[in-house]
Design a protein around this ligand. Structure first.
Ligand code: 6PG
Length: 256
C-alpha cells in the first residue's frame, strides 16, 4: 500500500522545523511506551538544520534527551572526524555547546556511529548489527532493527540511505546491511556502509527529508509510479508509516 503522508513546507528551514517537531513527537511517544527513543538519522545536508532546530530552547526543553539513542542509516567509510562523515554534523550541532553556551543535551555514549575504523566493510557491518542487539533495540524476525523513527534524505537520482538506483541492496531479500562501493555518479565518491530499505518498513515511523529544486524530478518520478523500487530506492518509503517533508521547490512538478 502506498499512502505516506506528504507535507509541503515553504523552504528547507520549514522542512527542518517540521521534522524537528515530528522527532519530538515520536520521542515522547516512544519514551512513554518503552522508556527509550531509538532514532536512526541520516547524512546529507538537511539534518544539520534539523539538529539546530532541536536545540532551540522551545524544542530542546520538550525533547527527552536522556532517553534518546542515536543510530545512523548509512555512513561514508571514513573516520568520524572526516568532514565527509555523516556523524560530523551531529557532532557539531548536538554534541557541542550551542552558540549561546548551552551545554550539549546528549551524552556522547548515546551516539552510535558505524564503526568506520573496522578493517573492512563486512566486519563493520557485523559489529554494528551486534551493537544494536547489545543495546536492546528490538528486531524483526528477518533481523532488521525496529527503530522508533528513521530519517532519510532523498538523492536527486532517487536514492535513499546509500542505496543507489540498480543496487542489489534495493532488491527483495537483500541483506539487512552491507558495504556499498563508492558511487561514481554522485558525490562524494567514497565507499559507504548502509542498511537496506527493509529498515524503513521495519521502523515505527519514517521521515523523508526532501527540500530543494534538485529533488523535484526525482520526486515526480517517485510519486508517479511506486513500482520498480530498484530504479529509485526511495520508493521504499512510500509506506503509511512515512511522512515526506517537501518544500515548494521540490514539490513543483509533483503529480497531482
Ligand atoms: C548520504 C546520505 C544520502 C543523503 C541524500 C540526500 O550519506 O549521502 O545518507 O542518502 O541523505 O543524498 O542528501 P541531501 O540531504 O544532502 O540532499
Amino acid at each position: 500500500m502506498s499512502s505516506p503522508t506528504v507535507r509541503i513546507l515553504n523552504d528547507a528551514q520549514g522542512v527542518a522545523e517540521a521534522a524537528a517537531d515530528r522527532v519530538i513527537e515520536a520521542a515522547t511517544t516512544a519514551v512513554a511506551a518503552r522508556g527509550v527513543f531509538n532514532l536512526c538519522t541520516t547524512g546529507g545536508s538537511t539534518p544539520a538544520a534539523l539538529y539546530r532546530a532541536l536545540r532551540e530552547p522551545s524544542r530542546a526543553s520538550r525533547m527527552p534527551w536522556a532517553q534518546t539513542q542515536i543510530w545512523f542509516g548509512d555512513d561514508r567509510f571514513v573516520p568520524r572526524a572526516d568532514p565527509l562523515s555523516n556523524v560530523a554534523p551531529l557532532d557539531a550541532q548536538l554534541l557541542s555547546a550551542s552558540a549561546d553556551g548551552a551545554p550539549s543535551p546528549l551524552s556522547p555514549s548515546a551516539v552510535h556511529p558505524w564503526p568506520t575504523s573496522a578493517a573492512d566493510a563486512p566486519i563493520a557491518v557485523s559489529t554494528y548489527l551486534a551493537e544494536l542487539r547489545g543495546a536492546g533495540v528490538p528486531h524483526t524476525p528477518r533481523g532488521f532493527p525496529i527503530f522508533d523513527l528513521v530519517l532519510i534524505g532523498i538523492g536527486g537520482d532517487g536514492h535513499c540511505l546509500s542505496v543507489f538506483p540498480g543496487s542489489p541492496l534495493a532488491l527483495d531479500g537483500a541483506p539487512v546491511a552491507a558495504g556499498v562501493p563508492a558511487p561514481t555518479h554522485i558525490e562524494p565518491h567514497v565507499p559507504r556502509l548502509s542498511f537496506s530499505p527493509g529498515v524503513l518498513a521495519s521502523a515505527r515511523a519514517v521521515i523523508a527529508l526532501a527540500p530543494g529544486a534538485g529533488k523535484a524530478e526525482a520526486l515526480a518520478q517517485i510519486f508517479s509510479d511506486a513500482t520498480a523500487v530498484v530504479d529509485a530506492p526511495a520508493k521504499a518509503a512510500l509506506i503509511p508509516t512515512a511522512t515526506w517533508l517537501l518544500d515548494a521547490a521540490s514539490a513543483a512538478i509533483l503529480p497531482s
